[in-house]
Design a protein around this ligand. Structure first.
Ligand code: SAT
Ligand code: MN
Length: 580
């Protein structure tokens, strides 16, 4: 394969000159190509065959033990001016970053194959989709990109039609953590990633393109690129609503997107459009619509079982790539929270020795095509996307945040999004369980200054006629003994039903300084073993604690100095006042 797009061909030639690969392989995205790459990786040991009788076409990849998560401290946004990247990003001047990356890429693909991966984020024929090309020396990246994106011939044809694409250059280098950088050049629509083979650092279509570069592009073009799942909820009467929900990594987006209604919620149906990223556009009628730019899932494995997520549990029994899970005596993938079976080999391939360390890495992952999801919505392939009824923000918070509350209007909703805080998880390198500000769950992913991003969110009040309502949820409240107050998982549908009732103006709500809360009688709690005291804790606003919280939010905003939009500061002041 070659291309009629001269800019693309020229860039490939330049990169090949610099990196010196032995071979260049164009990926066409076909099944045959996938099979043959898997075959080669089985020979080199990059992939390990799992039990093909119980898990047909399932393979295990063990990554370097020091390369198992995103590395936020090594991720940079390289804009001409530091203020454009903002305090939310690490910044380096583009010329310095290019010089540094050029020296790392110099000759790095000697003895290796360079894969050319044209891909499209979003349905091939959607006006909302955007294309990219990733050049990589990792066949693991190639097979994952095949499952995660619309990769190959059709994407290349669109690129040749449009002439515009994001350039992503990736090499695993020698996996040395001291020579690892994930660089973004939003103004050049360019990504350069060196020294890591891990998902979020290496599958450049995902966080690097579909969030960091796309969020910047979206700010220029008047749309939103968000860290959101996308889900369809259908009532027993057949009414459908589409909800977009932003939670930080490893906070249950995949589980919520694939929720199975419990028996008590007879007649309700939930279908998945996406589990991680949503692109939102205002359509010609002034409605906010969303597409999922991805076509597969890169989900957290530990904790996946028939109770928590039967859909995911079933869909990863075949045609799935596992990264860093353990293996049982039957050569099947094993992870903490799977079943009563025992692991014999841990994620690093060592015999399990009963040390008490998890056998599967806490951030071990599955990669599967979205088509395998039993509750996949065909609308995920609709070029027009779906109209959004509600936007939901959330985090992992032991204390303070009630189960659910509703913003009073759009601007207030933007403040709620900008104030999100959550405990850190194993999805990123670093300490787990530390509460930090994670506005719109985009802290690691916003490709420009957060203050400008909040301003961009606020601008939608004037752009759209019919904006969705905004909510905040918290599934993770705990009591003094560390027990979760809310059962979560399938039962979260009860909260989504209240959200839908509010969108349809079906129920009144409790007016509090932080927003509208459910009146207990308006939540369907039938068959739930939830004592009134617990419910009260879940639905109470502690004014003193919230005053402190809002003061912390105010301090956080001051990091962004004069760039914080006045409207946001005004919203913040208004709430602080009512909490007095
Ligand atoms: O590693 S990824 O960034 O792809 C997944 C996540 O952290 O959300
Ligand atoms: Mn994510």
């Amino acid at each position: 394969m070659t291309t009629s797009n001269q800019a693309l061909q020229q860039w490939i030639d330049e990169v090949a000159n610099m990196t010196q690969p032995d071979r260049i392989v164009w990926c066409d995205g076909s099944e045959a190509e996938y099979r043959s790459l898997v075959g080669e990786m089985l020979e080199t040991g990059d992939l390990i065959e799992l039990n093909q009788e119980t898990h047909p076409n399932c393979y295990l990849h063990r990554s370097d033990p020091h390369d198992v998560a995103r590395v936020e401290h090594l991720t940079f946004v390289c804009t001409e001016h530091a203020e454009d990247a903002g305090p939310n990003n690490n910044w380096m001047h583009p010329s310095e970053a290019h010089a540094q990356m050029d020296s790392l890429f110099d000759g790095c693909m000697q003895g290796r194959t360079m894969y050319v991966i044209p891909y499209c984020m979003g349905p091939i024929d959607s006006p909302y989709s955007r294309c990219g090309v990733e050049l990589t020396d990792s066949p693991y990246v190639a097979i994952n990109m095949k499952l995660m994106t619309r990769m190959g011939q059709a994407a290349l044809e669109r690129i040749e039609r449009e002439g515009k694409f994001v350039r992503g250059l990736h090499s695993i280098g020698d996996l040395n953590p001291d020579q690892r950088f994930i660089m973004h050049f939003p103004q050049e629509l360019q990504i350069q990633s060196f020294g890591s083979g891990y998902g979020g650092n290496a599958l450049l279509g995902k966080k690097c393109h579909a969030l960091r570069i796309a969020s910047w592009q979206a700010s220029q073009e008047g749309w939103l690129a968000e860290h959101m799942l996308l889900v369809e909820v259908e009532s027993p009467q057949g009414d459908k609503h589409y909800l977009a929900a932003a939670f930080p990594s490893a906070c249950g987006k995949t589980n919520l997107a694939m929720l199975i209604p419990p028996e008590s919620q007879d007649g309700w149906k939930v279908r998945t459009l996406g589990d991680d990223i949503a692109w939102l556009h205002v359509d010609d009628a002034g409605q906010l619509r969303a597409i999922n730019p991805e076509s597969g899932y890169f989900g957290v494995v530990p904790g996946t079982n028939v109770q928590t997520n039967r859909n995911a549990f079933d869909m990863i029994k075949h045609d799935a790539i596992f990264t860093n899970v353990a293996v049982n005596a039957n050569n099947e993938p094993w992870w903490e929270g799977k079943d009563d079976d025992q692991p014999v080999t841990d994620w690093q391939g060592r015999a399990v020795n009963g040390s008490g360390e998890p056998a599967a890495h806490p951030n071990s992952r599955f990669t599967v095509s979205a088509q395998q999801n039993p509750c996949y919505s065909e609308l995920a392939d609709d070029p027009a996307g779906v109209p959004i009824s509600a936007i939901i923000f959330g985090g992992r918070r032991r204390e303070l945040a009630p189960l659910v509350y509703e913003a009073k209007d759009w601007n207030h909703g933007v403040l709620i999004g900008a104030s999100v805080a959550s405990e850190t998880t194993a999805a990123a390198a670093g300490k787990v369980g530390v509460t930090r500000r994670d506005p719109m769950a985009m802290k690691p992913f916003c490709g420009y200054n957060f203050a400008d991003y909040w301003g961009h969110w606020l601008s939608f009040a004037a752009r759209a006629d019919e904006l969705p309502k905004i909510f905040h949820v918290n599934w993770f409240r705990q009591d003094a003994d560390g027990r979760f107050l809310w059962p979560g998982f399938g039962e979260n549908l009860r909260v989504m039903r209240w959200i839908i009732d509010r969108c349809e103006n079906q129920v009144e709500a409790e007016d509090t300084p932080i927003g509208y809360l459910p009146r207990p009688a308006d939540l369907d709690l039938d068959g739930l073993d939830l004592d009134p005291d617990t419910l009260k804790q879940l639905l109470t606003v502690d004014h003193a604690a919230w005053r402190e919280e809002m003061q912390t939010v105010g301090e956080y905003f001051t990091e962004y100095e004069h760039r914080v939009p006045e409207l946001l500061t005004a919203e913040h002041q208004k709430i602080l006042k009512t909490l007095k």
